[in-house]
Design a protein around this ligand. Structure first.
Ligand SMILES: [Zn+2]
Length: 163
């Protein structure tokens, strides 16, 4: 399945279609700021259907690994992505629709919805705002320098006192 897959979201949901595919992390340009590099691919499964109230839904599952940039050491942080979400296809017919969907995510109804953009949305929601390696596994790139200079200044002072 092509990574540039485009679906008619409403049709896809109403006819219960399914799609599997892969998206290269490099394609997800809105992720770039959080990434250490653009290596890797994400696998997705998209399935159409309806909910109990017969509203069109898309079920989207995204799995894979991305390399985030650790906000402490600025190094590579492998982050496993495993998201599954139910998206309500927003037909725009009802004015109060937004209020009804509550905590559900929505997808606009349209004939040219890019699947990788949906994947990108899910990943953006899933990743931490300030990703970091676990405490103690790395040291701050910038802060360490400051600590060092503070420490050496202290050492100089200590030496001066000894003299
Ligand atoms: Zn780190």
């Amino acid at each position: 399945m092509s990574a540039q897959a485009v679906i008619d979201s409403l049709e896809f949901a109403r006819t219960g279609q399914q799609m599997h595919g892969e998206v290269r992390v490099g394609q997800l340009t809105r992720l770039t700021d959080s990434l250490f590099d653009t290596g890797g691919t994400l696998k997705f499964t998209l399935a159409g259907g309806g909910d109990a109230e017969r509203r069109p839904r898309l079920s989207l599952k995204v799995e894979g690994e991305i390399n985030l940039r650790c906000q402490r050491c600025l190094g590579s942080l492998v982050y496993p992505v495993a998201v599954e979400s139910n998206l309500l296809v927003l037909t725009g017919e009802a004015g109060g629709e937004t209020a009804e969907i509550g905590d559900l995510d929505g997808v606009p109804a349209g004939p040219h919805i890019e699947v990788w953009a949906l994947v990108e949305d899910e990943v953006l929601l899933a990743i931490p705002i300030a990703p970091r390696h676990p405490e103690g596994q790395c040291s701050a790139a910038v802060k360490t320098t400051q600590d060092d200079s503070a420490a050496s200044a202290f050492a100089v002072l200590a030496k001066l006192k000894q003299n």
